[in-house]
Design a protein around this ligand. Structure first.
Ligand SMILES: C[S@@+](CC[C@H](N)C(=O)[O-])C[C@H]1O[C@@H](n2cnc3c(N)ncnc32)[C@H](O)[C@@H]1O
Length: 263
């Protein structure tokens, strides 16, 4: 990033999907040039994910060399009052832009560098880049930003299963549980599903499909299951329910792979 005098700098840093060893050298370098870290999380996973980020900071930065500003993510707590950065009620996207704008202008001096530590890769189902663009468009606070890619949960999933994402010259689609519930995407045999709270894979258990499933990938709680969907689905359902009960939250991702037609 070009240093511009008097303009705040911001790193959007992908930190990997849960394993602290997935932090890249580029991410550590960016962290070391950061004065203020903005940590945003939501829901039940908040405490665990915030702790993981703080552990990463402790592991790679000298004590006292940085400041952390924690804020509530407006997505769920939009209407809640109270703590300093609880945003006003309203459209959550603009509520988030309000929050980011306020954090940057109030917590980051000009000439200083801030960073958002983003789960996985900032390019995948994450709104940090879009929100920073919206803040810039508003024009009330100026900053330059760059993006450090991270190991996504998709890369981590297939690596742990020792399989590939794509088959020779074939497309792959990454989608959400909600989309998968509307139907298996056309023209693709390899579909990665994220953000699935309802186990949409169950609808395809009668088809010739294999599943590669992972929960809490890269963390000590990691669970992996793979095999023909018909056999694996009930097992995943049981493990998922148990883990969710035990931890209070779950993050899982899976690859559905249609078996080639015989003959
Ligand atoms: C809001 S998206 C963020 C994705 C993230 N930017 C990435 O690159 O992985 C959250 C979804 O990512 C997936 N996910 C993230 N970390 C995971 C992990 N450690 N194990 C399994 N799934 C994970 C889950 O599907 C979860 O619902």
């Amino acid at each position: 990033m070009r240093q511009t005098r008097g303009v705040r700098e911001i790193h959007v840093i992908g930190i990997g999907a849960g394993d602290p060893d997935q932090l890249t050298l580029q991410a550590v370098k960016a962290m070391r040039s950061t004065d203020v870290f903005f940590l945003l999380d939501k829901g039940e996973a908040k405490a665990d994910l915030t702790r993981l980020r703080r552990d990463m900071l402790d592991a790679h930065l000298p004590e006292g060399a940085y400041r952390v500003v924690e804020a509530r993510d407006p997505e769920r707590d939009r209407a809640a009052g109270g703590p300093a950065y609880s945003p006003a009620v309203g459209d959550w996207r603009s509520a988030r832009a309000d929050l980011y704008e306020r954090m940057i202008s109030e917590e980051l001096d000009e000439d200083r560098t801030g960073a958002f530590l983003v789960w996985g890769d900032p390019a995948l189902y994450d709104s940090t880049i879009g929100i920073l663009e919206e803040v810039l468009e508003r024009g009330r606070v100026a900053f330059a930003y760059d993006v450090v890619p991270g190991v996504s949960s998709v890369s981590a999933l297939v690596a742990r299963h020792r399989t590939g994402l794509s088959r020779v010259a074939r497309p792959v689609q990454i989608t959400t549980g909600r989309r998968l519930a509307e139907g298996f995407p056309e023209g693709v045999d390899d579909v990665v599903v994220m953000l699935d709270a309802h186990q949409a894979f169950r609808a395809y258990a009668d088809q010739d499909v294999d599943i590669y499933w992972g929960a809490y990938i890269g963390t000590p709680d990691e669970i992996l299951v793979s095999g023909p969907l018909a056999e694996a689905a009930p097992r995943i359902e049981r493990l998922r329910a148990e883990a969710r009960e035990r931890k209070g939250w779950i993050m899982d991702t899976y690859l559905l792979r249609r078996r080639p037609a015989e003959g």
